[in-house]
Design a protein around this ligand. Sequence first.
Ligand code: KG4
Ligand code: ZN
Length: 335
Amino acid sequence: MTNFTILAIESSCDETSAAVLHNGKVLNNVIATQSVHENYGGVVPELASRAHQQNIVPTVAEALNEAAMKTEDLSAIAFTRGPGLLGSLLVGTSFAKGLALAHDIPLIEVNHMQAHVLAHFIEDPKPAFPFLCLTVSGGHTQLVKVTGPLEMEVIGQTQDDAVGEAFDKAAKMFGLPYPGGPHLDKLAQQGNPDAFPFTETDMPDLDFSFSGIKTGILYFLQKQERKDPDFVQKHLADLCASVQKALVSMLLKKLKKAAKQTGIKEIAIAGGVSANSGLRTSLLALGENMEWNVFIPKFEYCTDNAAMIAKAAEFKFQAGEFADQSISPLARMPL
Ligand code: KG4
Ligand code: ZN
């Protein structure tokens, strides 16, 4: 179909987002961030779903108004089915189903992790198939082989914590506010990455593990603070830079291995942690060295957003893949 409009809704974690896509072009990307979690040092699932309930109507209305579209103009309504927090997913799913039912509009379910990968197709330059995507977020760390817009295979993943979680937990140990990843990144830019060589964990094949380094940081801090209670304060930037260096190195080693194993030189990163300045810079340098074509999303398409849901939905729309009203959210939706 050449003339179509899709409304997309994202509510998998702590961002309520709505976007409108018209004839392949994302017209907007409205995001309501939930600040309520800052007081708790992490996302509180029950508070997240309540905030989604408060935000969803104004967020969708703003996206439609900004795009000068009405519900009657919509060819489809897309929503994140999973993975994510069940209560949060329920709000977006129920809202999408209700709106679709009331106006007799087709529904499209979207896998959140697939959408992170497909964020690369919102704007140029776009990777060519097949490409490898390192998808790094607060809940996932995956190496994905992408052979088509809807054909993806996870070829490596974390066996415990996600790398975003490792960034956030390290930041929390350093006394930084939640979510700590971006704060740690900012401080790391003024620190010495070689100040504290944290031990990297290696895993077989293309898998990752981040729980060991997290415990390593904790024990290191406990030991140092016994000698000097102000240790963290005195060395904050160096600690951030050193942790960032180790985490980025663990990611890039596996990416390099995956590229070698598959012979693929089209390399992308996606997900919240792809906003990390250390990862972006090191990947660009490695890419030049390895003669890869490297694709890094714009900042606003790294963290959770509905524009990527809209883009993923467009591929499904073109393939005629619609969902029916009996659909329910899935906290663990495999890629
Ligand atoms: O993809 P995302 O928005 O949500 C999930 O699906 O999890 O990713 C959020 C994660 C959080 O762990 C956050 O701290 C991390 O991405 N993050 C960063 C940066 N920006 C966001 N981590 C390191 N450096 C950043 N600049
Ligand atoms: Zn995400």
